[in-house]
Design a protein around this ligand. Sequence first.
Ligand SMILES: *Cc1c(COP(=O)(O)O)cnc(C)c1O
Ligand SMILES: [Zn+2]
Length: 399
Amino acid sequence: MFLECIECKATYPDSEIIYRCPKCSGLLDVIYDYSKIDFRPEKLTQPPSVWKYKPLLPIKGRIISINEGGTPLYKCGRLAKQIGIRELYVKHEGLNPTGSFKDRGMTVGVSKALELGVKTVACASTGNTSASLAIYAAKAGITAVVLLPAGKVAMGKLAQALMHGAKVLSIKGNFDEAFRLVQELCDSGDFYLLNSINPFRLEGQKTIGFEIVDQLGWKAPDRVVLPVGNAGNISAIYKGFVELQKFDIIDEIPKMTGVQAEKAAPIADAFKKGAKDIVPVSRPETVATAIRIGDPVNAPKALRAIRNSGGMAEIVSDEEIVQAQKDLARLEGIGVEPASAASVAGLRKLIEEGAIDGDECIVCVTTGHLLKDPEEVMRVCDKPIGVEADIKAIRAFLK
Ligand SMILES: *Cc1c(COP(=O)(O)O)cnc(C)c1O
Ligand SMILES: [Zn+2]
């Protein structure tokens, strides 16, 4: 196993602490000697979890785990009918230990930190990354430092970071500024960076792709739709599919389809314009705080994932996100935070525009749990009805 620059293809040992290519600043990928790995469905006999796929994960020694992965893949008949899709599934990543897919990345990232002998881990976060880093650092007995954009982190996520004992710094700036600062902090070498620029973290997240195919009976769906913020997850899931193809487990790679919020859509903009690079958005804004990111670090990987898979990118409004959140909750019993609902909102829009065919097998990834952001729920749902403690009054209201 080694690190490879996605631009100049220079390689580096996996024991080196680097986050970009020292030669050209390109992003890094973890590459294995695939010919030496036995990865066959019939050999993967462990119960569903990230670590079921250990032959293709970059950890040899001690693993820090709290049973991440193994999330349900729901078949969603009512939502499929409403949107006009033949076969629709929702992969509910909100059912991970801390309520988001970030746990898949952090179980691998923090295990790698221990292997590298690191004592302090750090990240910038819109919330979920900090919750996840805090819990895995706690389990590992190391220190987590998290930088959060002040006033823009959902309550549930902040509560997790605080309770699991991270050093929580509230930065007077947005995510992009916090991310710039944490990179500077980590360049000194005292802190190990676990944002999604870290290629080991993404190795954990690629197991979403493995699990989808596994749960469909080792068959690939036609398309995977997910929200895109810093763009690590779409890149990771794509890499997972590429590896399954290398091992002849799937023939075709699902069309990777990324959805962004209207005022935070640099990747979807670049895709629609056919531009090579993104133009960062300086003041990103959206109800979906988990994807409120203007300068996504993994944009080059994400654009490749979308283009190489014949996928797409779409832009949705906050209203469309909230509507999809309610539809998931009320048609399918799937409670998600706003960012997650962007996947379903984007899919609906692509079908309405005729950009994609309803005769597909599609998986939407819902990335985080409803309880992450209770304040948003109170804003978008009807208030509870105040009634006297009296049976007649109650009957009168329910008429
Ligand atoms: C982190 C996160 C995203 C965005 O994922 P990226 O890898 O940054 O694109 C989307 N939804 C939720 C709930 C998240 O926590
Ligand atoms: Zn390079």
